[in-house]
Write a protein that binds this ligand. Structure first.
Ligand code: ADP
Length: 161
C-alpha cells in the first residue's frame, strides 16, 4: 500500500490545499495530511482549529486522514510507513524553496520520494498568508476557503466574511 504524506501549516486550509488533497487521494491508497507544529511559529488558528478545519473539509475522501506532528517530517513519514511526500507548487518560488527542503529530507530519509503537484490555475496564487491578510482587513474569503473556515473567519471578524 502506498501511503503519501501531505505536510503543511494549514493556517488556515484553503481550497488550493483541498484540491491537492483530493487529487492525491485519487492516486494513493492513503493520504495523511499532517499539520506540522513549529513551536517557534506564531499561528492565527490553534492547532485544534486547524485540525478540525482539515478534518471537516476532507471528510468526503475516505482514504484521507489528518494528524498533527511536532518534529522532523522524515520521522513522521517513517513512523507511518509512508514512501511519498506530496508538495503543492504554485510558482517557481515554491519550487526553489521545496528544492532546499528536499535536499535535507533526502539526507535524512533517502527512501522517501517527494512528488510535486502543480496547483490548479484557479488557486495558483492562493496562500494561507493571503487569507490571514484578508481577514485582518475584513475582506471576503468566498471561493477561497472551505465552508468551515468561512464560518470560523466570520466569527473572528465579527460577521464580515
Ligand atoms: P501556505 O504556503 O499557503 O502558507 P502551507 O505551508 O500550509 O501553506 O502549505 C502546505 C503545502 O501546500 C505546500 O506544499 C504548499 O506549496 C502547498 N500549497 C499551498 N497553497 C497551495 C495552493 N493554493 N495550491 C496548491 N498547493 C498549495
Amino acid at each position: 500500500m502506498t501511503i503519501a504524506v501531505y505536510p503543511g501549516s494549514f493556517d488556515p486550509v484553503t481550497l488550493g490545499h483541498v484540491d491537492v488533497i483530493k487529487r492525491a487521494s485519487r492516486v494513493f491508497e492513503e493520504v495523511r495530511v499532517c499539520v506540522m507544529k513549529n513551536p517557534k511559529k506564531h499561528y492565527l488558528f490553534s492547532e485544534k482549529e486547524r485540525l478540525a478545519f482539515l478534518t471537516e473539509s476532507t471528510k468526503q475522501y475516505s482514504n484521507v486522514m489528518v494528524d498533527a506532528y511536532q518534529g522532523l517530517l522524515t520521522e513522521y513519514v517513517r513512523a507511518k510507513n509512508a514512501r511519498v511526500v506530496i508538495k503543492g507548487l504554485r510558482s517557481s518560488g515554491d519550487f526553489e524553496y521545496e528544492k532546499q527542503m528536499d535536499f535535507f529530507n533526502k539526507r535524512l530519509a533517502p527512501e522517501v520520494e517527494t512528488l510535486y503537484m502543480a496547483a490548479d490555475n484557479a488557486y495558483s496564487v492562493l496562500s494561507s498568508s493571503a487569507i490571514r491578510e484578508l481577514m485582518t482587513f475584513g475582506g471576503s474569503l468566498d471561493g477561497l476557503v472551505p465552508e468551515v473556515v468561512l464560518d470560523a473567519a466570520a466569527k473572528r471578524m465579527g460577521g464580515k466574511a
